[in-house]
Design a protein around this ligand. Structure first.
Ligand SMILES: [Zn+2]
Ligand SMILES: [Zn+2]
Length: 186
């Protein structure tokens, strides 16, 4: 059973200062992922600086480049989830909440568009934590080889808007649960 390692990713915020996800948010996520996958999950003490992945014109970070870097630096005996508060993109999309290597070892998620203030609404930490946990379980699900699920309640349903994230659950449906189970995780 591979443990999960959370790697904090730091980059430049809108104000020009370096930003990194808050430690209490990472600890909450680690506890939720340990429960969901029933493996140990801990926050790495070493963070990765994302300057290499910044597209200055877009003001966003290229998630596929981040995955490559995480893979290079990865501990072979762990599943890696990079967590950043910087906004992510892939060239064909205006943004992504996260990206993962299908049937691989690495995934990345961003909190940038999961917080209510991004949409001009008052801050709600409970909602941010819930969305981050769902998005993290979803991306890690891809590392188990899972593709998108047609069941809208399943955590593997695709969601490109927070409204879609909010209606689905943090659980795998019975079909999606199987490959995770076969990998010896349950
Ligand atoms: Zn997905
Ligand atoms: Zn499913």
């Amino acid at each position: 059973m591979k443990p999960i390692q959370l790697v904090p990713l730091s980059g430049a915020g809108g104000n020009g200062f370096t930003q990194e996800p808050a430690l209490d948010l990472l600890e909450y996520l680690a506890a939720g992922l340990a429960r969901a996958f029933r493996v140990p999950c801990r926050v790495s003490s070493r963070s990765v600086e994302l300057g290499f992945a910044l597209d200055g014109r877009r003001g966003q970070y290229y998630s596929s480049a981040i995955l490559q870097e995480l893979e290079r630096a990865a501990d072979v005996d762990a599943r890696i989830l990079g967590v950043t508060s910087c906004d992510l993109y892939v060239p064909v999309l205006t943004f992504v909440f996260g990206e993962a290597q299908l049937d691989g070892a690495c995934a990345v998620v961003s909190t940038a568009r999961l917080s209510e203030p991004f949409y001009g609404l008052p801050r709600r930490d409970d909602l941010l934590r819930e969305r981050l946990l769902k998005e993290a379980i979803h991306e890690l699900g891809h590392t188990f080889g899972l593709r998108h699920c047609q069941d809208w309640r399943c955590v593997m349903a695709s969601s490109h808007a927070v409204e879609r994230l909010d209606v689905k659950t943090a659980d795998f449906c019975s079909r999606c649960r199987k490959p995770v189970f076969q990998n010896g995780f349950w």
